[in-house]
Design a protein around this ligand. Structure first.
Ligand SMILES: NC(=O)c1ccc[n+]([C@@H]2O[C@H](COP(=O)([O-])OP(=O)(O)OC[C@H]3O[C@@H](n4cnc5c(N)ncnc54)[C@H](OP(=O)(O)O)[C@@H]3O)[C@@H](O)[C@H]2O)c1
Length: 341
C-alpha cells in the first residue's frame, strides 16, 4: 500500500524528514510494510536551496493546494506557529486527512479544537515530535501509561536554556556569554526570547501536563519564569551546595486536586534524576505509584531526531489507514474536559 504524503514546510525539521522519506523509502517499506511517497512539499520561498532533490512540480508555495489535493492521503505540518499552520491542519482533518505535526505552540494552544476535528472526521492527529524532539514521550504517556495515576511529570524540555545553564555551571560563563555561545553554535535563535523566557517550555509543559493528568492545562495556566534572571553568582552558590540550577517544567496535582503546572529555574540536589542532564539534551521524568520513576532522555531538538519521531508517527498513521481509530491516545476520557487525548 502506497501512502501519499504532503509535507507543509521544509526547514530544519521538514527538510530532514523529506530527506529521510526520499532516501530511505525502500528501507522504511521493508521494515514497516508501509510505502511512504512524498507527493508534494510546500515552502514559503521556492528559490531556497533544499537538502533534498525533488521534482520542481512537486514543490509549491501554496500549502493549501496540498491540503485540498485529492491525490494526497496524509499531511505533515512543519511550518510552525499558530497561523497559517492551524488553518491548514484543521482543513486537512476536516477533509478526512490524518495529520502529523511537530507544532508545540499549535497543539498546546488549540489542541482541543484540533483533536475534536480529528475525532469528528474519524482520523488521527499525532504530535510525538512536539515535546522532546526525538525522545518518545507523548505516546508512552498517552498510551503505555494510560492506566497509571501519575503523581508528577517534570522535565528539561528546552535544550537552549539547558545549554546556557550547563555552560554557566561547568565553564563559569556569564549568562550573556553562554547565550552568545549558544547562538554561535546554532543552539539558540538570533531572537532567543521564546526559549529564555520559558515560553517554549510552557507549551511543552502544557502538553505533558494535559496528557499526564487527562485534563486540559492551557499554556497560559502554566506559571512561567525564564532564565534571564539567573546570574553567575546564583549558579556558583548552587554549585557550592552540591546543587545545580535547571529550567524545569513540572506538573502535579495540588491539595485541591487541581493540576498545578510551572516552568521555572530550580536548584536541584546533585542526585536528582534531572541534575545530570547537560547541554542541549532534554529529559522528562515521570513518577507514578505503580510504575515508580521513569526517565526519558535524549536529543530534544534538531532536524534528524525530530524527523525520526515524526517518521514514527507517519508510519503509525499510514499503517492504520484512513479509518477511525479505536482506543486511541487522542480519545477524550469521559466527563473531563481533555485537551490532548
Ligand atoms: N527545529 C527543531 O529542532 C524542532 C524540534 C521539535 C519541534 N520543532 C517544531 O517543528 C516545526 C518546524 O520547525 P523548524 O525548526 O523546522 O522551522 P523552520 O526551519 O523555520 O522551517 C519552517 C518551514 O516552513 C516553511 N513555511 C513558512 N511559512 C510557510 C507558508 N505560509 N507556506 C508554506 N511553507 C511555509 C518555511 O519555508 P522556507 O524554507 O521557504 O522559509 C520552512 O521551510 C515548529 O512547529 C517547531 O516548533 C522544531
Amino acid at each position: 500500500m502506497t501512502v501519499r504524503v504532503g509535507v507543509l514546510g521544509a526547514g530544519t525539521v521538514g527538510g530532514a524528514l523529506v530527506n529521510r522519506l526520499l532516501s530511505d523509502r525502500d528501507a522504511i517499506r521493508l521494515k514497516s510494510g508501509v510505502d511512504l511517497e512524498v507527493r508534494r512539499v510546500a515552502v514559503r520561498d521556492l528559490a531556497k536551496d533544499r537538502p533534498f532533490a525533488i521534482k520542481a512540480d512537486r514543490l509549491t508555495d501554496d500549502a493549501l493546494s496540498i491540503v485540498t489535493d485529492p491525490s494526497i492521503d496524509v499531511i505533515v505540518e512543519v511550518i510552525g506557529g499558530l497561523e497559517p499552520a492551524g488553518a491548514l491542519v484543521l482543513a486537512a482533518l476536516r477533509s478526512g486527512k490524518p495529520v502529523v505535526t511537530a507544532n508545540k505552540e499549535l497543539i498546546a494552544t488549540r489542541g482541543q479544537e484540533i483533536v475534536e476535528a480529528a475525532k469528528r472526521a474519524g482520523v488521527s492527529v499525532m504530535y510525538e515530535a512536539a515535546v522532546g524532539g526525538g525522545i518518545p514521550v507523548i505516546r508512552p504517556l498517552a498510551e503505555s501509561l494510560a492506566g497509571e495515576d501519575i503523581d508528577v511529570v517534570s522535565g528539561i524540555v528546552n535544550g537552549t536554556t539547558n545549554y546556557i545553564l550547563t555552560a554557566m555551571a561547568k565553564e563559569g560563563r556569564s549568562y550573556d556569554d553562554a547565550l552568545a555561545e549558544a547562538q554561535r553554535l546554532g543552539y539558540a535563535e538570533a531572537d532567543p526570547a521564546d526559549d529564555v523566557s520559558g515560553r517554549d517550555a510552557a507549551f511543552k509543559t502544557s502538553i505533558l501536563a494535559s496528557l499526564a493528568f487527562g485534563e486540559r492545562v492551557a499554556p497560559w495556566e502554566v506559571e512561567s519564569e525564564g532564565i534571564e534572571g539567573v546570574t553567575a553568582d546564583d549558579v556558583a552558590s548552587a554549585t557550592e551546595k552540591g546543587e545545580v540550577i535547571k529550567l524545569i517544567g513540572s506538573a502535579q496535582r495540588g491539595i485541591d486536586g487541581r493540576v498545578e503546572a510551572t516552568v521555572k529555574p530550580l536548584s536541584l540536589p546533585g542526585d536528582h534524576p534531572l541534575a545530570g542532564v547537560n547541554g542541549v539534551t532534554n529529559a522528562i521524568f515521570i513518577e507514578g505509584p505503580s510504575v515508580g520513576r521513569l526517565l526519558f532522555t535524549g536529543p530534544g531538538a534538531g532536524g534528524q531526531p525530530t524527523a525520526s519521531a515524526m517518521l514514527g508517527d507517519l508510519i503509525q498513521v499510514a499503517s492504520r489507514g484512513r479509518g477511525p481509530r479505536t482506543g486511541s491516545a487522542h480519545d477524550p476520557r469521559p466527563r473531563r474536559q481533555v485537551l490532548h487525548r
